[in-house]
Design a protein around this ligand. Sequence first.
Ligand code: MN
Length: 731
Amino acid sequence: MAKFEVYSFEDLMNEVRSYMKNENNLALIEKAYLYAADKHKEQKRKSGEPYIIHPLQVGTYLAKLHAGPSTVAAGLLHDVLEDCDVDPDDFTDEFGEEIYKLVEGVTKIGNLKFKDEKEYQAANHRKILIAMASDIRVILIKLCDRLHNVRTLQYQPPEKQKKIAKETLEVYAPIAHRLGISEIKNELEDISFMYLDPEKYHEIAGLVENKKAQRDEQVRQMIISIDELLADKHINFRIFGRSKHLYSIYNKMLKKNKRFDEILDLLAIRIVTENALDCYEILGYIHAKYTPIPGRLKDYIAMPKFNMYQSLHTSVINSEGTIFEIQIRTEEMDEIAERGVAAHWRYKEGKYNSKEEQKQIEERLSLFRDIISIKDDEDLDDQVFMETLQRDFFDTNVYVMSPKGRVIDLPQGSTPIDFAYRIHTEVGNSTIGATVNGILVPLNTVLKTGDVVSLQTSKNSVGPSEDWLKFVKTTHARNKIKSFLLKKEMESRAPIIERGESMLKEEFERREVDAEWLQPKKLQEIYSQYNLKEYNDFMYAVGNKAISLSSIMDKVNKKAHAQAAPTLNSNTVYVREEKKKYTSKLGIRVAGIDSIKISLAGCCSPVPGDEIIGFITKGQGVKVHRKDCPNIQKEGNRIIDVEWEEDYHDTKYEVTLYIEATDRTFLITDIVTVLSQSKAQLNAINSSVKEDKVNTVTTIKIVVDNSEHLKNVIANLRKVQSVTKVERKIV
Ligand code: MN
């Protein structure tokens, strides 16, 4: 690995002065340095050096990228909020809101933590990082921070070295690539490569070193040759050879399955000139003199790469048969290729020469933000690129953090309650309040990316409220809240069931009934006579005094006498079903719930065969509606799946029908006759003549077995003379 320079404050200022002239800006950077030096003065790096060396290097790297004054200052200050106990208000007074935001952004990203491998995914991590840095300059500072950290990785324990190297290779190098900062990208890759696979790294480094002298000479000769070619063409240009970085060689060997020699054959030369026209002209001269390799010409000037990279690429063969890869570009293109997004530092910081320029630069920068968020393919074509942008990740997700820096991704629109249930069901159930970024907020507050969410929980909390269902966003939270509410509902039945049991026991003792009658098996004989299928429902009814003790005693006495005579199958009569399936007396099953009160909604009166849906009421168990009942359509939050029990014939169901007819004598009589022929019991009838004195409206309440039966009844009613309309009524 190449040795790197350690920069002094003087180096930094020299670098800055090379592109920044405004005295105020220079003063700002000096002030930032002095402030940071003071705040860090007690601290040391792992290497034993004074801590300030680190932010000073980061600031200088930023200056080398020609970053703007605020960015350089923020680079110098990037660790003071986290490490030095600096009060944010004091800091803002000193350096202003803009720099504070930058430093805060860097600090936030530094606190990202992942629970485990499963949570940590390089691509995901990258997206989170980008999403959290609302300002692209934060990423720039973070990249320089990371660069210095990997440059000094030798002071870390081996395990940490590997971890940081892996993260750098998977997360930070691709970001640098997307931002077009190839210098930083290449170095991040090479250093990480060295720590992750030292053997391979040194092997390739050795091979490169071996051939270096020979290759340098070949490049030197070619440069002289091109120099001569262009000498009398009145074009300004500079030309130089360049070396490939080790990781890219390794990658090519790996991906394209090539030998080292095949890759190294590509000797690389770059020509930098004044304008695009010159680039094409130079290309023309070169192609005229050397043989171009077909298919190797790439015009990235006319068609820039996704990261704004522009250049002409070609490969040619010289008279000795050596292949050269030649890049031709302008100074501006070269700057963008090397420094990428940093070349646009005037964004937000500098003066623009015109509105047009400002617009152009801002557009480019916003595009950069998008670019770094998309997936990994090296050669994205424009089509795929635009499509990927449209499916923009950030439209659908927000990333928030726990106070300890754990990242939780949630759908857009999520609230602290969604966050709480994502952490743990128990946390959700015991949440009583939440703060977002340190401020107490209502529980229905919509979270934004980067929010730090802290929950207040209490063991004594009454649990989730029904209101939560109105605003939670995730299905997960919704389901957990619903099942809690149902459980609570069932628990509220428990004391009544217990009361029923002790009432019955006392009564049996008082009347000296054989204790065996208290066994659930035995009791089933009794409560089945009340159309009850469950022991608990029976005891609930007893506890509620819905069934009187004397009526139970009657039935017990009858049974006891009947059983005095032995029966053949007495052993099998009381065997309970192995698989316990709850069925209400209505013949309706509630998904996943053993025992809960169920009733039919009066508005739409469902009958077996209808599509039905359950609605969790306040304190009255589940109300069952028809699926298309308009009264239920807006109640998405409290809906629960229910279904009809098959082969259930014990209960009859009341429905209301609405009959329109032209008035005539005997209409009602005919309706009643049809009902009795259809075996539908009539419970109520109400008929009136409309204002027009011609038509009548009759509402009837009838009892049917199921939807098939009901369909029949309706069909028969429609056949009644003068009837124009028969409908089930929903009130
Ligand atoms: Mn740092």
